[in-house]
Ligand binder design. Structure first.
Ligand SMILES: [Zn+2]
Length: 91
């Protein structure tokens, strides 16, 4: 009967441990913000850890910025702002 108690304690400890581990490993992801309509290839960037985030280049002004802050556009393009995306579309 005592083994059962130990098993329960170990189970709870393991549950607590994995919960703590999960909290540290998984920062909040903004997958909900991903547009469903375009660029399925862009989702592969989400595999990279948040700290060493992929950098992309604005197709309009050439500035480099984290992919999470860039505005995606069809044709694997990225833009630093809505204004630059509109400017590129106008051409
Ligand atoms: Zn720009």
């Amino acid at each position: 009967m005592k083994y059962l108690l130990w098993a329960l304690v170990l189970y709870l400890a393991w549950r607590w441990y994995s919960a703590q581990k999960q909290k540290g490993d998984a920062p909040a992801t903004d997958d909900a913000a991903t547009p469903a309509a375009s660029t399925p290839a862009a989702t592969s960037v989400a595999d990279a850890p948040a700290r060493s985030e992929a950098m992309v280049r604005c197709a309009s002004c050439g500035i480099h910025l984290p992919v999470s802050e860039a505005l995606p556009a069809p044709g694997d393009l990225h833009f630093c702002s809505e204004a630059h995306r509109a400017r590129h579309d106008a051409h």
